[in-house]
Design a protein around this ligand. Structure first.
Ligand code: AMP
Ligand code: MG
Length: 352
């Protein structure tokens, strides 16, 4: 009796081993780590690294992003608020090399965007109540306060960078890097991962991301949020080294007397930019993609192709308030819409 039973037990064991083999832990999987930084949930995805490396990579990324948040915070005491205090007094202030580089990048992108991306508008952002950790509740600032801000006309053109010394021709310039520093920090994080020998990863901060390499044999797959519902609106495949950034009117806003007032401000009017719901941009650099998504949001459905051309952006999707969806030809080739497809798709060349 023992013979056949052993045989049967052996067979059972073999079946079990084969079954486990089918989902063997040795098979590579994407590891995902989440933490809170830059005011949002950050997700780090890594392909084919062991637990120890994933932990090491997570610590490195977390420390880079937290350092960026501390240094360049627009309203909590930081290196940036010290710079702003000096600029308001008309003084020259020394910054370290990293901050100098970030300010030089912000200045160049602002000029390339024709001031639509204008990180010198900190006072206006504060006036609207967005320099607060909680969502503001309104009311909107008075017409007089906005008119007074507009009369000062702060432009990044008036920010002087002389080596590591920063000054401004206009004391109304107050720096707010909320549309640029996140991208800059994500670039720093990807550089650190690359230096660690990690070639396949995504650093995703609240839907804004840079991806390198791929997900095993296939590209990374990225979802783009629907600007008016919690679902996914479209998806993209990303391979190599690319950043995907979206600016939306749903990220920070308050409703006052039935009207939505959001956080992306048009420096030409002092008001929330009116005609756009969201803009998604693909570009190799996260710092550029971040600034460009904001600039094209401000530019709106009429002006965005010229602004994109000025900033060297070839991949754009802009969803207007009327839900018309504008795409560059290069973006149209990449994007996959979730059913149902947008009612009105308009493909426009960036350069005009
Ligand atoms: P983003 O979500 O990248 O579009 O950045 C929006 C944040 O950037 C806002 O919360 C403000 O702090 C700041 N901001 C708003 N409007 C502008 C603008 N026109 N140019 C530069 N920064 C802006
Ligand atoms: Mg941005």
């Amino acid at each position: 009796m023992r013979g056949p039973r052993r045989w049967r037990d052996g067979l059972l064991l073999l079946v079990l081993i084969l079954a486990l083999g089918g989902c063997s832990p040795a098979e590579p999987v994407a590891q995902k780590r989440q933490f809170f930084s830059l005011g949002t949930v950050v997700e780090l995805s890594l392909w084919d690294v062991d637990e120890a490396r994933a932990g090491e990579a997570t610590r490195a990324v977390e420390s880079i992003l937290s350092a960026a948040q501390r240094r360049w915070h627009a309203w909590e005491p930081s290196e940036l608020t010290e710079v702003n205090e000096a600029l308001a007094r008309g003084e020259t202030v020394r910054v370290d090399e990293e901050t100098r580089r970030l300010l030089a990048s912000a200045r160049a992108l602002s000029l390339a965007s024709g001031d639509r991306f204008n990180p010198g508008i900190g006072r206006l952002v504060a006036l609207w109540g967005f320099h607060a950790s909680e969502q503001p509740t309104g009311p909107p600032p008075s017409q007089e306060a906005i008119a007074a801000w507009l009369a000062d006309q702060p432009s990044m053109r008036q920010l002087r960078l002389d080596g590591n010394r920063v000054s401004a021709e206009n004391p109304a310039i107050q720096l707010d890097l909320g549309a640029h520093a996140k991208g800059y920090a994500i670039d720093q994080a990807i550089e650190a991962l690359t230096a660690m020998g990690i070639g396949n990863a995504i650093v995703n901060a609240g839907g804004d991301l840079r991806a390198i390499g791929q997900h095993g044999a296939r590209p990374w797959r990225i979802g783009i949020r629907d600007p008016r519902s919690p679902g996914v609106f479209a998806s993209l495949e990303v391979t190599g080294d690319e950043s995907v950034f979206t600016s939306g009117d749903y990220e920070r806003f308050f409703t006052w007397e039935g009207k939505r007032f959001h956080h992306i401000l048009d420096p030409r009017t002092g008001m929330p930019a009116g005609d756009t719901r969201s803009v998604t941009v693909i570009h190799p650099s996260a710092a550029v993609a971040d600034a460009a998504a904001t600039a094209l949001f401000v530019a709106g459905p009429e002006d965005w192709p010229a602004t994109a051309a000025g900033m060297g952006i070839t991949h754009v999707m802009l969803i207007a308030q009327d839900m018309r969806t504008y795409l560059t030809p290069a973006m149209a080739e990449r994007i996959r819409f979730e059913a149902p497809e947008p009612a009105e798709l308009i493909v426009v060349e960036a350069a005009r």
